[in-house]
Design a protein around this ligand. Sequence first.
Ligand SMILES: [Zn+2]
Length: 120
Amino acid sequence: MSRPINDALWQQITHDITTEMRAWRLAHPKATLCAIEVELDARLNRMRARMIEDLALTSSAADWTATPAAEVPRCTACDQSLEATGAKSRTLQTHGAQALTMERTYGVCPACGAGLFPPR
Ligand SMILES: [Zn+2]
């Protein structure tokens, strides 16, 4: 792992959902079970996306700039060790129409010029 799970982030988003749902429930004391479920699911989908982003950053593939030479990701076309060109982000979509922003070290092959995000 390049870094551990961000405990402070996970505690913050859990706290935020608890606080938001408490306030929402007080404002909607007669909400149906279905309405409660919709409100909670919307927040859980947001929380889930932030957790996935954080978990992805714990991968050794997220930042391999300090990886020993023998373990540096290799070009899938010609098997040369990739050269890191810095972190780049890309946005993906996950459940609940939530955007995931993934920050990873991007690599370029010095032989053929192919560029890629090494797989996780
Ligand atoms: Zn190559």
